[in-house]
Structures are given as structure tokens and as C-alpha cells.
Design a binder for this molecule. Structure first.
Ligand code: AMP
Ligand code: MG
Length: 398
């Protein structure tokens, strides 16, 4: 049995990055950037008005009301090209460039226009309502780094600096195989002693969240030759194979045996982790193989800790681990004597604005209905316990 930290090191050692391709920016959400995004211009590219109003010289507005001569108009996309002199004003719109000679903008609401003059009712000050050229971003600076994902909140950055295409690592191709003679497909009514396959679609969704392209294969019963033929078929087109079930010590737990008989190299097969002890990691031909436990919560936790990491490393992510933090425990969380625990919890902000984590009322690692409420995992070192009111280390599941 190896600790989680060791397992992660082995995964990191064995994971190779995929090659890079160019992707249309509009199709790039969720992809990991393989290049730095560099500003090709200052932002704003000119002194920009933040208001609809009048560009003036601040010194002219010391004593109000003051009437100034209206000499032109600067609209967004169509600036006024003259040079403003003392005693003059230019009508200006939000997003328009501030003309030379002006050093301030006064807003429309406190001005009265009449013929070719405008009367300002309130003074303004130097630089008011102007964002100077280059104030937000300097040309040539790195505005988004390689190794970071493109998201809804940052896609405007490559868009604004002209990256119609971006370089991104290829998406890992993943094959998902569930195993177990008791498993039936979702559209079927389970017979006696049977349950529906809930793991495969959960894993497919988790893979897609991590940027991979996942294919779900037909469930395989606990039969060594069926397992072997399905596995060898699936790895032909996969960077990663994920199986669920059949990795513990029961008579019909045959996944490991199938992998070994196919010639897979196994790097580890037991992790000091709860849930998720029988997790298998190895390589078969060119594919990395993760043999996850069949219990849905164990499969989810080991995906979050191990598979996700590997997928993000393949995509050259610079932050492959889930983000972590601290929260006050609202109940107790226990590890076992020999295994570190990652236990599901729900995050809540308490009355004093502290982040707290509530243990889920869950019935062990088969309880995927309770697990669906989890938004964090509480990390408990082996042979220890976190009691109510104590600080807990957590990883965020989002
Ligand atoms: P195993 O790891 O094969 O011993 O399975 C452990 C538990 O997980 C058993 O109760 C299985 O019925 C259940 N299980 C295995 N595969 C799946 C699946 N694809 N969907 C839901 N539950 C599963
Ligand atoms: Mg099984």
C-alpha cells in the first residue's frame, strides 16, 4: 500500500504530455493553453471616456456654472481629431477617444447643451472619467499564461488581443469500461440482484470537465476472456483507459488479472486511501490504465485525486491538482489507522462569515445520491480525526 502522495508522484512520472494543436478560439472553452497570450496593443488603446458627456479642460470648470464653446463630437469608433483649447468642449460618448487638449470629462447629467455651447453645472477634476491609454494592459505584456484553461471568464482576453486561434494541447482520448455481472444498462429494468450502471456516465462527465474526449464501452460481466477482449479493443484508440469494478480481492474481481494477462505494466495497485484503497494504475501498450473501484463514491474520489490529475498533466496544465483550502469542521471526520481519508463534505458559510464544512449524511462509498451534494473533500491524515470546530484541510470539487 502506498500513500496518496507517492501515487501522485508515480502518475506524474508516467504521464506524458500530448502534442499541441491550433484551435479556433470559439471552440476553445475548457482547453488548456499551450502558449502565452501577449497583448498586441495597449488597453485601452487610446485615452478612453468612461461616460457620455463633454471632454473639457478641468481648469475651465473651477467656477460653475460655466459656459463653453462646443467645437465637435467624439463618438465611439469616430473620434474628434482636433485639439481642444481653453474655453472649449467636445461632446463625447462612452468608449470614445478623448481629444488632444482635453484632460477631463464631465457627465451629461450635469450639463445643459444649447446651440453651439454647453453649460456645466458642476466642476470636474483632472483625469476624471478618463481611462488613460495602457492603464489596463501594456502592449507586450503576458495577459494569460500557458498551462491555464480557457474559461468563460477569461476567453475575452485572447479575443481582445486578436487570437482567433490558440495553441492548446490535444484532448486526451479516454475509454471507459464498467465491469460487473450485476450491472445493467440505464434503459433496462434491473432483474433480481442487479443494479444499473451509474458509474460510466459519471466518469464520462468528469472526463469531459477535465477536457478529455470520453467513449463509454459496453459493460462487461465478470468474465476474464470478455474483459481481456474489451480492454485490448478499447486501448487501441485511447490515451487513458478507465475501468470500474473488479479490483478488490473477491473471487470475481478479475480486472487486474485481465490487465496482467494482457501484459500491462502495473505501477501500483493499493493506495492508503479511504475510499479508494484498491485503485490500480498501470500501462497497457501506449495507454495509461486506471482501474478504479466499482463503488460509485470510491470511483468518483479516485477520479478526482488521480485520473483528473493525469488528464490535466497530459494537457500541460500548470495546476493539475484540485484547488485546496481550509474550513471549520461542522462535525467529525475520521481516517483509519493505516489510510488517509478524503471524505465528502458540503461547504457552508456560517453567521460569522467563516467557511465551514458539513459532513454528508452518507452511507459509505456506495452512496452516490448523498455524494451528489458534496462540494469538497475533507482530507484527514491516517490514524487521526478532525473534530467539530477544528480546522480541516479541504479540496474543492469545482
Ligand atoms: P467491485 O469493485 O466490482 O467489487 O464493486 C463494488 C460495488 O460497486 C458493488 O456493489 C458493485 O455492484 C458496485 N458497482 C460496480 N460497478 C458499478 C457501476 N458501473 N455502477 C454502479 N455501481 C457499480
Ligand atoms: Mg464487481
Amino acid at each position: 500500500m502506498i500513500p496518496v502522495s507517492k501515487a501522485l508522484k508515480i502518475i506524474e512520472r508516467e504521464t506524458q504530455s500530448l502534442s499541441v494543436e491550433r484551435v479556433a478560439l470559439e471552440d476553445s472553452i475548457g482547453r488548456i493553453l499551450a502558449e502565452d497570450i501577449i497583448a498586441d496593443s495597449d488597453l485601452p488603446p487610446f485615452d478612453r471616456s468612461q461616460m457620455d458627456g463633454y471632454a473639457v479642460r478641468a481648469a475651465d470648470t473651477k467656477n460653475v456654472p460655466v459656459t463653453l464653446k462646443l467645437v465637435g463630437e467624439s463618438a465611439a469608433g469616430r473620434g474628434w481629431r482636433g485639439k481642444l483649447k481653453s474655453g472649449e468642449a467636445v461632446r463625447i460618448m462612452t468608449g470614445a477617444s478623448v481629444p488632444a487638449g482635453a484632460d477631463s470629462v464631465q457627465k451629461l447629467e450635469v450639463a445643459r447643451e444649447k446651440g453651439d455651447t454647453v453649460t456645466l453645472l458642476e466642476p470636474t477634476e483632472l483625469g476624471r472619467f478618463i481611462v488613460p491609454k495602457g492603464k489596463e494592459v501594456k502592449r507586450g505584456s503576458v495577459v494569460l499564461r500557458h498551462g491555464e484553461p480557457i474559461t468563460a471568464s477569461n476567453i475575452s482576453i485572447p479575443a481582445a488581443f486578436g487570437y482567433a486561434k490558440v495553441k492548446a494541447a490535444k484532448r486526451p482520448r479516454v475509454a471507459i469500461i464498467s465491469t460487473g455481472s450485476e450491472i445493467v444498462e440505464i434503459g433496462k429494468k434491473p432483474g433480481r440482484d442487479q443494479i444499473r450502471n451509474s458509474n460510466s456516465l459519471m466518469l464520462k462527465a468528469l472526463c469531459e470537465q477535465a477536457g478529455a474526449i470520453a467513449t463509454v464501452y459496453k459493460n462487461i460481466g465478470d468474465d476474464i476472456s470478455d474483459l481481456k477482449s474489451q480492454i485490448s479493443n478499447a486501448v487501441r484508440k485511447a490515451d487513458i483507459l478507465i475501468t470500474t469494478g473488479g479490483v478488490s480481492v473477491g473471487k470475481y474481481d478479475l480486472t487486474k488479472l485481465a490487465l496482467k494477462e494482457l501484459g500491462a505494466e502495473i505501477y501500483f495497485e493499493r493506495v492508503a486511501l479511504k475510499p479508494g484503497k484498491p485503485t490500480v494504475f498501470g500501462r497497457l501498450k501506449k495507454s495509461l490504465v486506471f482501474g478504479l473501484p466499482g463503488n460509485p463514491v470510491s470511483a468518483a474520489v479516485t477520479f478526482y485525486l488521480f485520473v483528473r490529475n493525469s488528464m490535466l498533466l497530459m494537457q500541460r496544465s500548470t495546476c493539475p491538482a484540485l484547488s485546496s483550502g481550509d474550513a471549520i469542521a461542522l462535525g467529525s471526520f475520521s481516517a483509519t489507522k493505516e489510510r488517509e481519508a478524503y471524505l465528502p463534505g458540503k461547504l457552508v458559510t456560517d453567521d460569522e462569515a467563516r467557511l465551514t464544512v458539513q459532513p454528508l449524511d452518507y452511507h459509505g462509498s456506495s452512496d452516490f445520491v448523498a455524494f451528489a451534494e458534496a462540494d469538497a473533500l475533507v482530507k484527514v491524515p491516517k490514524n487521526s480525526r478532525i473534530d467539530q470546530g477544528e480546522k480541516a484541510s479541504i479540496v474543492f470539487l469545482f
